[in-house]
Design a binder for this molecule. Structure first.
Ligand code: HEC
Length: 230
């Protein structure tokens, strides 16, 4: 009796498999899932239509006041709320990743040197602030390479006062900030273009402060105080 049952059962399995499975067909219907594991999620696919919004599009326009990646965030919101009129160290909103010196640090394919815009006291202050926030953890407040990260095991942090870096073109430093170098990661995605230049201006001031500056370079009013310190 049991023999016939097994035979019938085997036939039934063959029948079901031959009718329901292994048919080599594709289906757009989702399979039956006992444990769905969040395979199916309500989401919007890029560029797809959507019945959720009245205009039928799934992609939404950026809200007013959105700052695109690479543009400067207006530092001080002007009274009229117009993005183009930010005040503070930078009067203009710059767009990054162009082929120009400002964006690349290169002039005709070579590292250029010099500031792509005027250095003002505000810009220096901005550079000091940004350096302290972004760089001092490793390079130290004076740039001597003795920041706190060194105490937690980061080795070979560059001393920014070494002769080679004093002589390095501004454009190459710009590139190091943007792309990183060896164990230093790039900061291009988190420091605005103009802030990178402000940091470079501040690094140059730090380098001067640690040697090579002449009394003539100090503003006249402050020379006497320096002489007294000697
Ligand atoms: C997480 C630690 C860390 C931070 C933060 C950091 N650096 Fe560095 N930096 C390094 C290390 C490590 C090196 C040495 C890399 C190497 O081996 O050449 C370096 C090298 C440099 C150099 C020398 C590049 C060369 O040509 O040899 C410059 C210039 C520099 N950093 C500038 C900066 C500036 C500006 C900032 C802030 C925007 C900054 N770094 C933030 C770790 C850091």
């Amino acid at each position: 009796m049991l023999k016939y049952f097994f035979l019938l059962f085997a036939l039934l399995v063959v029948l079901v498999v031959s009718m329901a499975g292994f048919r080599g067909q594709k289906s757009s219907r989702s399979p039956i899932e006992i444990f769905p594991d969040m395979d199916q999620q309500p989401k919007v696919k890029a560029q797809a239509a959507s019945s959720f919004f009245s205009d039928g599009r799934s992609n939404r326009k950026p809200v007013d006041g959105t700052v695109p990646i690479g543009y400067a965030i207006p530092l001080h919101k002007p009274a009229n709320d117009s993005v183009g009129e930010a005040s503070g160290p930078y009067k203009q909103i710059y767009f990054s990743s162009g082929p120009v010196y400002f964006d690349t640090g290169k002039i005709d394919g070579q590292w250029g040197t010099g500031m792509p815009f005027e250095i003002t006291p505000e810009l220096m202050e901005r550079g000091r602030e940004r350096f302290t926030i972004n760089c001092a953890v490793c390079h130290g407040a004076t740039g001597a390479g003795n920041g706190i990260a060194g105490k937690f095991g980061l080795v070979a942090i560059a001393n920014l006062h070494q002769e080679r870096l004093r002589k390095l073109a501004d454009g190459e430093i710009f590139n190091t900030i943007t792309q990183g170098k060896n164990t230093m990661m790039g900061y291009g995605d988190r420091i605005q273009v103009q802030d990178r230049w402000a940091i470079i201006a501040y690094i140059r001031a730090l380098q001067k402060s640690q040697g090579g500056a002449t009394l003539q370079e100090v503003p006249e009013g402050e020379r006497a105080a320096l002489e007294a310190q000697k």
